[in-house]
Design a protein around this ligand. Structure first.
Ligand SMILES: NC(=O)c1ccc[n+]([C@@H]2O[C@H](COP(=O)([O-])OP(=O)(O)OC[C@H]3O[C@@H](n4cnc5c(N)ncnc54)[C@H](O)[C@@H]3O)[C@@H](O)[C@H]2O)c1
Length: 278
């Protein structure tokens, strides 16, 4: 009996992947990583122009087939249209990464006269709550629901849902005090926690079809946050640093999208520099 090599297990040549929110930041890095191991990649974004531009640049840089498509992840009809277009173009769907989402974290100093727990809970509007749960959780349900018939036809599939360490822990709001960064919100924590257990629920149901559903929970990646926030937050990691864009997500995402993870079902792969380990 000959066994596959490690290179063969991680190889994605001949496979077709969809990455939502793939035109920037973590989504783009995920798309790049999958392309580097050979996958054809469909990049989606809310703006068609952004998706097409990112797909074009990806094809040029990595030498794989790509396609840029518009997708509003909260709309069921938009998902059906996406699946149809990808099957028309590539004939199948092997991989879906539900990456798009977030909480509009941005530089914004909290009002020093208002305790942080007030905007977190008492002043958080039910409309904002519903919107964010829709963006981060309902979208994952819609995405899985839309691609599974194609994956069943294909006889196999991999779905990776991007959750967060914010779906695993409460947040010490003190982090945001004087940091210049807008504080976390309860709907983000709740929706990412929902993604983790939605993943388990869907995973056990789809495993008999050779459709592997897992999730990946990053902690914060360093980007253009205010320096005071980066300094405070970095101290909360055993590694004493935040995630590195372009590096720290690549290996874990390829693992979950490839045959290298064929004994992983409903797993929450935590990529957090030890943030949740102490
Ligand atoms: N950046 C981090 O440190 C971090 C940490 C943990 C988890 N995450 C998660 O990783 C994912 C990517 O994070 P990022 O930092 O690259 O975020 P980002 O804000 O840079 O990108 C998110 C993408 O999702 C898209 N998006 C948002 N709402 C959408 C909608 N309704 N329809 C279609 N597209 C929509 C945005 O347009 C964007 O392209 C998110 O799910 C986020 O919650 C990020």
């Amino acid at each position: 009996m000959t066994y596959p090599t490690v290179q063969e297990l991680y190889d994605l040549h001949g496979q077709v992947a969809i990455v939502t929110g793939g035109a920037r930041n973590l989504g783009l890095q995920i798309a790049e990583a999958l392309a580097e191991v050979g996958a054809a990649v469909v990049v989606t974004a809310r703006s068609k122009d952004a998706a097409v531009t990112a797909a074009h640049q990806l094809a040029k840089a990595k030498g794989v087939r790509t396609l840029g498509l518009e997708l509003e992840i909260t709309e069921e009809a938009a998902w059906s249209a996406l699946v149809q277009k990808v099957e028309d173009e590539f004939g199948k769907i092997d991989i879906l990464v539900n990456n798009a989402g977030g909480r509009d974290a941005r530089p914004a100093a909290p009002d020093p006269n208002i305790p942080l727990d007030v905007p977190f809970l008492e002043a958080r509007s039910p409309e904002e709550w519903r919107r964010l749960v829709d963006v981060n959780l309902t979208s994952v349900f819609l995405g899985c629901r839309a691609v599974v018939p194609a994956m069943k036809r294909n006889g196999r599939g991999k779905i990776v849902n991007i959750a967060s360490t914010d779906g695993m822990l409460g947040r010490d709001l003190e982090l945001y005090n004087g940091s210049g960064q807008s504080a976390s919100v309860p709907d983000y924590l709740a929706s990412k926690a929902g993604v983790i257990n939605l993943t388990r629920g869907i995973a056990v149901v789809l495993a008999p079809y050779d459709i592997y559903v897992n999730c990946l929970s990053p902690a914060g990646f360093q980007r253009s946050q205010p320096p005071a926030f980066i300094e405070k937050y970095s101290k909360m990691f055993p590694l004493k640093r935040m995630g590195r864009d372009g590096i720290d997500l690549k290996g874990p995402i390829v693992l979950l999208c490839s045959a290298a993870s064929d004994f992983m079902v409903g797993h929450n792969l935590v990529v957090d520099g030890g943030f949740t380990a102490w």
